[in-house]
Design a protein around this ligand. Sequence first.
Ligand code: GN1
Ligand code: MG
Length: 372
Amino acid sequence: MIKELNRQGTENLVAIANQFAGLGKVTATKSFGSGNINDTFLVTLDSSQQQHFVLQRINTQVFRQPKLIMQNMCIFTEHVRKRLQSTPLNRRWEVPQVLLTKNEQDHWRDADGSFWRAISFIEDSQSFDTMHDRSHAQEIGYALGMFHNLISDLPPEKLADTLQGFHITPLYLQQYNEALATTKARKTPEVNYCLQFVSDRQSFAHILENAKTQGILPLRLMHGDPKINNVMFDTATQQAVSVIDLDTVKPGLVHYDIGDCLRSGCNPVGEETENWDSVYFDTDLCQGILAGYLGVAKAFLTENDYAYIYDAIRLITFELGLRFFADYLAGNVYFKVKHPEHNLARAIVQFKLTESIESQETQIRKIIKDIK
Ligand code: GN1
Ligand code: MG
């Protein structure tokens, strides 16, 4: 029975992929990447013009208005295409393209109502879940800087809000309190550690939103999810060539991105480890990422922006832990999990990382001061 369903699933996938395969026939599909929200597949074609593309089923429980994502993506890619045409870079840089169906639509709804879309695959490139060394870190920073730079002249209001409340830490705190009030989770030592951890940081959760409301930090366009494995590297040169996963490109703070990139890039054991004692924030990698980032981003950052970089690193790390923990308490309804305690384990990783960031505050602030 299971075999039968799998076979049928694969056949359906090929049929869906063929909707987007204008340049050939689909010869293979396979699961791709390690996304926590959408389902992602790499499609292989028999065409010499286009060998692969990325097919995704959008999780519409999370992204309630998936058409807005496609609209944003088209505006974003068009803007960047024009920018690169008028001011070409002196190195390889690619922007994922939206692929249309045979009926020229930017998505396809299957018989179950699932929302499918296709994006070009950046050929001869790869991504990594953990950082190798300082030069890798510098390239990750460059990639985020280039990403911000290329949209720094696109007014934020041109893009829609594809995920309301995303990276608004006080809202996550509210959802956490709601989950806590009704949870059936047992109070194990791990759960108690997380409860105490969040309780000790309630007022800190407001730091970036307060700065935004007071006009200290301006609303800009951001990527929303610039974690290490969303940066593609040229397989030959090992230089960063693209930032992928554009679903959350929308108005926000660049600080969410800086924080997310550093919390993800400076944790050498990665966010899926269960060896919690090995989790730490590597300040050499932090220096590398910031050097790469500021090399490109210096032009548009203000004095106030620098003043909040340390807080952003600490906050976004804490926030992701809070999001994982709240989802564990709520019964794993948002992030995909491999086992019932998965989100709890992920939360502990982010909280251990937050502790490591807090214990190195002076060094991190000095890195930021010396580099600007
Ligand atoms: C989710 O699905 P994925 O892996 O691209 C999440 C990010 C988290 C990340 C943690 C829309 O991203 O915010 O940082 O997991 N995306 C959304 O791995 O919530
Ligand atoms: Mg993502």
